[in-house]
Design a protein around this ligand. Structure first.
Ligand SMILES: Cc1ncc(C[n+]2csc(CCOP(=O)(O)OP(=O)(O)O)c2C)c(N)n1
Ligand SMILES: [Mg+2]
Length: 322
């Protein structure tokens, strides 16, 4: 058991609320053409991102996938820069050239979301090799979904990381679907963390990935293990996306009952109950955070809307190192 301070708890609650509010807001704005390109929401999976990232420093590195708003926010991006990026504006975190699936924030160690399923694993292994080679003491997390672990790049990356004893964690959010394909149609084994066994990598499992404290406690142990130079680890947490795979999903492959069952396991409600029942925060304190975040998100949308379009000349900037 790790003891988290009240400040740490409130920070985790705030980050989870930010993820929730940003994606709920975007879900409405998408229909009004605010977002440039396709986007995938993290609503329902907030605890997994925040619990996994809370113990990282700004120098520790993350790579994410197409569903990366949650990790991007948990790693501390400025909301104005994120919203402007989603809207394709010049003030965006990647000057409006990236959008939802190329959200990066290098100062905070976010090396980017990625539209190629399984595309982040090998990049994470490369970044972990740099940390080892330069003896920085920093670690790397490669976030992915369940389905991506069927890509060859997952297996090659885990194997290489194991052989080279690299400081990288493969963090899998198992939401049971790859677009509309149920996991039982694509994967024979019951738990993805077991895949580590084949490569000599320890696997950790959090059954309730909607419990931010449970995710945090496991990750606290795993991060210490990896930072101490013991080599890579795999972590699998179970969670669920409330919305469709992307903004273009009619949702015909799952029942309303199934979605409702998971909505009842709302990570934010669960955390609020934990904090209030354990005397760590009052409902009033948490309500104040909810209000503060609502204002931040509103301001970020206004900032993005009022920002200029990028000039075409930026398209070829930052492609090569000078
Ligand atoms: C190499 C590649 N193959 C297929 C796709 C299309 N695609 C986008 S997301 C996705 C499913 C990913 O599922 P999972 O890894 O479980 O993540 P989740 O969407 O559930 O968070 C697929 C097949 C892609 N973007 N890249
Ligand atoms: Mg999935």
């Amino acid at each position: 058991m790790v003891t988290l301070s009240k400040e740490q708890h409130l920070d985790m609650f705030l980050k989870m609320q930010r993820i929730r509010d940003v994606d709920m807001t975007l879900n409405k704005l998408v229909r009004r053409g605010f977002v440039q390109g396709m986007t995938h929401f993290s609503v329902g999976e907030e605890a997994a991102s925040v619990g996994a990232i809370h113990d990282l420093t700004d120098q520790d590195i993350i790579f994410s996938n197409h569903r990366g708003h949650g990790q991007t926010i948990a790693k501390g991006i400025d909301l104005n820069a994120m919203m402007a990026e989603l809207a394709g504006k010049a003030t965006g975190s990647s000057k409006g050239r990236g959008g939802s699936m190329h959200l990066a924030n290098l100062e905070k160690g976010n090396y980017g979301t990625n539209g190629i399923v399984g595309g982040g694993y090998a990049l994470a292994v490369g970044a972990a090799l740099t940390q080892q080679y330069e003896n920085t003491g920093n670690i790397v997390i490669a976030f992915s979904g369940d389905s991506a672990t069927n890509e060859g790049s997952f297996h090659e990356s885990v194997n290489l990381a194991a052989v080279w004893n690299l400081p990288v964690i493969f963090f899998i959010i198992n939401n049971r679907y790859g677009i509309s394909t149920d996991i039982t149609y694509s994967t024979k084994i019951s738990h993805l963390y077991l895949r580590g066994e084949a490569y000599g990598v320890p696997g950790y499992y959090v059954e309730d990935g909607n419990d931010v404290v449970a995710v945090y406690e496991t990750m606290h142990e795993v991060i210490d293990y990896v930072r101490a130079g013991n080599g890579p680890a795999i972590v699998e947490v179970e969670s669920y996306r409330w919305f469709g795979h992307s903004t273009a999903d009619a949702g015909v492959y799952r029942t309303k009952e199934e979605v409702d069952t998971w909505k009842a396991k709302d990570p934010l409600k669960k955390y609020r109950a934990y904090l209030t029942e354990n005397g760590l925060a009052s409902d009033q304190e948490l309500d104040a955070i909810v209000e503060q975040v609502a204002q931040e998100v509103k301001d970020a949308v206004t900032f993005a809307q009022d920002s200029p379009e990028p000039d075409m000349s930026v398209a070829f900037q930052d492609v090569w190192v000078d």
